[in-house]
Design a protein around this ligand. Sequence first.
Ligand code: HPA
Length: 274
Amino acid sequence: MPDQFALTDSAAQLILTHTALRPQIALVLGSGLGGFADSLTDATRIPYADIPAFPRSTAIGHAGRLVIGHAGSVPVAAMQGRVHLYEGYSPQEVTFPVRVFGRMGIRAVILTNAAGGINLSYSQGALVLIRDHINLQGVNPLVGPNDDRFGVRFPDMTHAYAKEYRQIAREEAAKLGIPQHEGVYAGLLGPSYETPAEIEYLRRIGADLVGMSTVAEVIAARHMGIKVLAISCVTNMAAGILDQPLSHAEVMETGERVKTTFEALLRAVLPRMN
Ligand code: HPA
């Protein structure tokens, strides 16, 4: 396997030559949620294709570029679109951007995603702070020889989703009048949506949300000591809850509908993530 440390390091160096900003916070914007990156000021936009070894996204609704700019007065690096395991990317490719962030000096990452709501107290469009996850993707990005330059062999996952960041997000959501939810995210491989029986199983094992991303990125981030805030947008109630089929169009539509609220929350949380 090519040396991930050297590859991520050279991608990070190249990115930093494009901008004088030195962000310490990065955002990964999921399906339909990429609009936030368009609102950054003093922005430098770098297509993934121009960053060596950076994976390019193929999913619909993902722009595929890194935007570095200011959110208010906070310099940030924002990924407009991510790659997923279901696209055929390896766990190393999926986590490459997070590792590049680490090499850029990023200390905290906000991961956003679209998810199906399993918890019946959620409704379509709800924003949910991820409190913990269940990895059902069948892979872990740290499998293979450990590179101690990234982190330890057996990273702790007890505090994967920083409690203080969730607290900040709850406070800012309250100020904005956004209902506050927290939940456990089950990460599955996809790309087919779950069956109703799978959703019933996920509910019984303690999942509130289901999606096809985020988990591998969180593991790689924690490995490097990067702190994590993760927020799901419940774009649809999970399979079998409502008597209707799920569609990617519905996921995109809901993302579009809540994007103003979502962006307001991100904007409010960022200055407090020190
Ligand atoms: N299941 C899995 N992933 C998803 C869903 C879902 O219902 N909605 C958005 N991403």
